[in-house]
Design a protein around this ligand. Sequence first.
Ligand SMILES: NC(=O)c1ccc[n+]([C@@H]2O[C@H](COP(=O)([O-])OP(=O)(O)OC[C@H]3O[C@@H](n4cnc5c(N)ncnc54)[C@H](OP(=O)(O)O)[C@@H]3O)[C@@H](O)[C@H]2O)c1
Length: 321
Amino acid sequence: MKAMVYDNYGSPDVLELREIEKPTPKDDEVLIKVHAASVNAIEYRFLLGTPFLARIVAGGLLKPKRKVLGVDVAGRVEAVGVNFKQFQPGDEVFGLSFINGAFAEYFCAPEAQIQMVLKPASISFEEAAAVPCSVSTALICLRDFGQIQPGQKVLINGASGAVGTFAVQIAKAYGTEVTGVCSTKNLDMVHSIGTDRVIDYTQENFAQNEGHYDLIYDAVRKRSFSDCRRALSPQGTYVTTAWSPLLALQEKWISMTGSQKMVPMNPMDRPDEKDMLELKELLETGKVTPYIDRRYTLSELPEALRHYGTGHARGKIVITI
Ligand SMILES: NC(=O)c1ccc[n+]([C@@H]2O[C@H](COP(=O)([O-])OP(=O)(O)OC[C@H]3O[C@@H](n4cnc5c(N)ncnc54)[C@H](OP(=O)(O)O)[C@@H]3O)[C@@H](O)[C@H]2O)c1
């Protein structure tokens, strides 16, 4: 089968389209014919091998252990091992792989290393592949860390990005009043996905809207808690996709010393089955629709990752296989 393989950490140029052996599922494994995958921060970091923590998580300090990247998978089940119970051959599925491997014609993994559900018939493989990692990130950040409540005033910083476009739609689905922050060229797009108000960060500093927001979600890690605290209501919460030991200490300090909260996203938080079912329902009911920026073929993956690496993609980048 064809797969995009890398032997060394580096720029997207280190990726090569190669013919590798098609896997045969072991007793507890599923083999999926991949129809689409998508690009996320995690693959980009695993490719570069930076920060160094990415190498620890990827399991190879000097060279990558898993040579095929790709966390989001959408495809058709080709075969299952005798102990794999969740799906049958022929099922159309989508979800997350905790061990990468989706940038290939076939993906094979044990049940314990994936979080997948049946794909709704109304959703294409490309749309399904755009969803798992980014939507689960936005969902966990808003629902669990942000404790989002109907009627709140919510601000999403980076509303035009992969996580941000979903965060806007999830916040609307939870019945909140949503302000999205993006640059001039994305104002129309961010408005079209359902924001009540859009702020152009090149023209206005949202952090000066004193005491205004119950929840600020920095989906692109561009504004710190100190930056945003003035714009939060007295009991307001700031959530960020960033995490570091220093931020974890800051979280504790702020919760002990004030009425506002700041919550960094723990990178080890993984979506569970309940999250996948909520995500599937958001898609089925049309409350969340992926905004696909660009589509690339498998061999164009380096170009797709270069585009992601600019930090200025709009919505999701999908790989059609
Ligand atoms: N993708 C995932 O599933 C995932 C999962 C877990 C964690 N994360 C983390 O979440 C963060 C965001 O990831 P992502 O994939 O959503 O990023 P992304 O798609 O690369 O974000 C790009 C967007 O950010 C906007 N942006 C850039 N600078 C900005 C600024 N100063 N203020 C507001 N918006 C700005 C860009 O708009 P302009 O071009 O208009 O500037 C662009 O639309 C990353 O730190 C990542 O590590 C992502």
